[in-house]
Ligand binder design. Sequence first.
Ligand code: G
Ligand code: G
Ligand code: MN
Ligand code: NA
Length: 254
Amino acid sequence: LELENRLRHALDEKQLELFYQPQVDTLSGELIGMEALIRWRQPDGSMVPPDKFIPIAEESGLIVPIGAWVLQEACRQVQSWLREGICRVPVGVNLSARQFDDAGLLDTIKSALSSVNLPPAYLDLELTESLVMRNPEHTRSILAECKKIGLQLSVDDFGTGYSSLANLKRFPIDRLKIDRSFIKDIVTEADDAAIAQTIVAMAHTLRLEVIAEGVETEAQLALLRRWRCDAYQGYLCSRPLCAADMTQMLRSLR
Ligand code: G
Ligand code: G
Ligand code: MN
Ligand code: NA
């Protein structure tokens, strides 16, 4: 409860901040997108990692106003990069189940976009596999609305749930993100390599784009290239960067 009160305060006191992690094409190395990741900067400068406070935000319902802030801030930042002419890629925003069940979600998204006049294709919603499968009919109708608006849709942490790709195909999604637990040992474990390679091949059969998460080494990247995995995200390219550092990176790419 203590942490919950401090978290409520954090939102009002502007202690929350978004970091951005680049997503790059495996073959060309070109930037194709980025993921927004929330951080809580304490008054003393220390950072609380999201796994410490997102669960509390979810239980308390604070994730709804926090998530609305994340959508708003990500849209504002990308629009500012667009105006400067240094960014032409979408930003991925993570959504929790609780936000998905909130009747105001679509209005929140639309107003985040329209308040800064951001074209919807620059916003990529990241939904976990378990969120999608939890209430398939509800999910399908919301996702259909999202596609009608023109948003991008990604399935995050793919492989950790129990759904098959065939099941996912019934939803209007654009891309899969292979969970980093499957990428971690692809160089040394033949089984993990087989699973990851199969996910890439099946996703392509279903015309989904594939992003590998948690890529840390050149050897992992070499395998992903061989399998024609479209893009990756991970420390090999960059850690999540604060907005100022991301701005510098974008300027250096121009
Ligand atoms: O940034 P980090 O690598 O520590 O992220 C840890 C977890 O926190 C990730 O699983 C990510 O999905 C989650 N997370 C980060 N930012 C957000 C956010 O804005 N909203 C939600 N719901 N989860 C987030
Ligand atoms: O939303 P998701 O659960 O996919 O969150 C991404 C998480 O993965 C963030 O906490 C981010 O900091 C972390 N991450 C990103 N790249 C790497 C990486 O190369 N290695 C590891 N171990 N973690 C990573
Ligand atoms: Mn994510
Ligand atoms: Na993930």
